[in-house]
Structures are given as C-alpha cells and as structure tokens.
Design a protein around this ligand. Sequence first.
Ligand SMILES: Nc1ncnc2c1ncn2[C@@H]1O[C@H](COP(=O)(O)OP(=O)(O)O)[C@@H](O)[C@H]1O
Ligand SMILES: [Mg+2]
Length: 414
Amino acid sequence: MPPPATRSEPLPSGSTMRARVTDFALLKVLGRGSFGKVMLVRKHDSGHVYAMKVLQKDHIRKRKQVLNTRTERDILVRVRHPFIVGLKYAFQTSDKLYFVMDYCPGGELFFHLGKEGRFHEGRAKFYAAQILLALEHLHSIGVVYRDLKPENVLLDEHGNVKITDFGLSKAGVVDSATGAKSFCGTPEYLPPEVVKRLEYGTAADWWSLGALLHEMLTGWPPFFSQDRTELFRRIAGEELALPEGLTVEAADLLRCLLNKDPRARLGSVGGAASVRAHSFFAGVDWQALYDRRIPTPWTPEIRAVDDVRFFDTEFTGKPAVLSPPPAGPAGGLAAAVRGAAAAAASSSSSTAATGAGLGSAAPSSSLPGDHQFAGFTYVEDASSMMRAGLHAAAAGAPGGSAVRGPATAGYAMA
Ligand SMILES: Nc1ncnc2c1ncn2[C@@H]1O[C@H](COP(=O)(O)OP(=O)(O)O)[C@@H](O)[C@H]1O
Ligand SMILES: [Mg+2]
C-alpha cells in the first residue's frame, strides 16, 4: 500500500501569525484544562470563528511548563496535516499566551463516547485510521505526541478527526523505544514503559492508540481501575483480557498495539506502515482517507458557525471572559518574577519531568515578550486591555485543577 502523502507546508510568516486579543470577540468557553482555557472567538475583521487557547504565564512557570509550551507552539506552527488542528495565530501579552486555532465544531471524542458508550467498529476504525495518519506524520518529523486520549481528539465540521493539545509533546524523538524519559501523559493511556519510568520513544503513542481504540470499541480503556496504583500495576504487569464480542481483527490489533514490550509492539518495527497493514484496516484507502474523500461515519449537524452544541454545557454555560492580570502594582511583571523565583527554587530537582530543561534555564529576565516565550509575538500589555474594558466582566481566574478529575487530566510529574 503506498504511503499517503504527508507534507509540511512552509511556515507561516511572522505577519500571518500576528494578531492581538482585541481583534477577537470572545463568544463561549469550549473547554478548560490543567493550564488554561479554550474559548470560541470571532475575528472582528473577517467574521471567522476560531478556538483560542489562553494560558497563564505565571501558571506555566510555576508548573515548569515553559519548555513544553514553547514546544506546543513550535509543533503547531510546523505541522500542517488534515487530521491535526491548524494554528492561525500565536501571541502573548504580559501575563498570557494565546493560540488561535481552527475551531472544531464536532466536539471531543470524549463527548461522543460519553453519550454513546462506545462506537460500532466501522466508526472506531475510521477515527483510529485518521489518528494513525496524524501520528505517522508527527513521528516522521521526530515528534512523540504523548497525550492521545478522547478529550484531545476533536471532530471538524464534517466529522473528520483533528487532534489537538501538543502541551506534552516532545520533539527530537526518532526511535521507537528511546529519546524520552519524562513521566507524563494521562494515566489510563500510559504504556508500561512510562508507568515503569523507563526511557521510551514513539512506540508510546502506538500503545495509546491501542488504549483509545479499546475505549472506542468497549467503552473502557484497557486495564481500567479507579485506583491509580492498581491501574499502573495492571498496565505494567497484567495480561490483557479482552471482552467478548470483538471481531478477530479488532482483538488482534488491540493485542499487537497493547504489547507490553515497546520494541515488539506493532508500529515499533516497520513504523506506522506496519500498523496500516494490519488486517483490521484491510480495505482502507489511505490516500482517499488522507484526502478526506471517505464519507465520515457521523457528521455533526452544525446550525451556525458558532454552534457549540457538541461541547459540554459545563464549559459553554460559563461566561467567556479573560481573567484579570495578577494584582499588584507591577501586574504581570511581578507575577513573572515570582514565577522565575519558583522555577529557580525547584530547579534542584534534577528529575524534572516534562518541564525538563526549565530548571537549568531559569529565566534571567522576565520582561513581557522576553525569550522565555520566544515565538509568541508580544502584542499588547494586559493592563491596556483592562483599560479597553475587555476584562470588565472578568470573573474567577482559572483554578488550575483539572475539571475532569485526576483520572483523565493530562499531567506532568517529576
Ligand atoms: N481547536 C479547537 N476547537 C474546538 N475545541 C477545542 C479546540 N482546541 C481545544 N478545544 C477544547 O478545549 C479543550 C482543552 O484544550 P487542550 O488544548 O486539550 O488543553 P489542555 O492542555 O488544557 O488539555 C479540549 O479538550 C477541547 O474541548
Ligand atoms: Mg487536552
């Protein structure tokens, strides 16, 4: 089977990435994760709607996520792929970072799995095949994704997959079993090598694809337990027990992807092509899939460009506002210095997980737009936005705790 065409388009020029927060009307809250929130926004001049991810710098520094956030930006800028969310603008103010992305109105797979329990095999196969192509592309440019789970897989207006959230991704990983050491991800989807704190590589993503496919087909991730210690014990050492009712091909693919030995796991030898060649995917026209010519198994009925029906009312019912910058005469700058101190204080922990690199790279300067967040165009001071009345209705700064509870939150741990 010929490999599908995967290509990276040229980087958008600085000017195409340039925008400022006052260019957008904030319409709705779409989601909230561990580091910030995502809102539906409309650009005043074009009328286009986008999803805007807003991160608090102070929070990023405290949680030692500076390097990760820069990686997230770099990957989003670099990657152009039909099944990966596209970045339109990235900019910063003194206290916040902004990613403006294509809006995916079909919502998260998490939302749909929650409603339907599980998917029929054809639907699960369609999503798994599109995710596979996205992972294939990421691996081809040396990126391990590390946070594949139903919350991070979105559907576009036609019902095709777009994976989002590169906050835990790592660049420069070219081997299936080496290149990454950080203990990070989301517990249910972590492979044994990560649970055991061993070095790992791109095969970690193939395990997570197996875990996600298991959840799509059965309603549960494999080895599930609400007790974290028990979950990890099962992932690391328990034999995979599959429920009745799966087809022979589906069961075999799950066994091959959920192979505890990363070097023997499907995808490890032979890369993504070996996963595509599995009998579960027999009959998939990969080029047609890549070109989005295959009818989607489910198409969202979108009533307006700003329709948020497929997002949780837990989020969409909240006011779409930006939190005010940290209090104090020096505003964001004071917070930045505090953050720098916190980062420096914790730099003695040499096993820093996903924040690896920040400890030794503790900032010497924390002025707005400094090199810490290089790549995010500095556009405007938050205090001037305050004057512009943007924060008039601001209420409740992000609490920082994952709204879906510790079981499903992507996390980084030392
Ligand atoms: N491009 C997008 N279109 C629609 N919703 C999005 C988009 N990007 C993110 N979201 C929503 O916001 C949530 C949080 O975004 P994500 O990037 O995953 O942040 P976190 O790192 O906090 O998990 C997602 O799970 C999804 O519901
Ligand atoms: Mg996420």
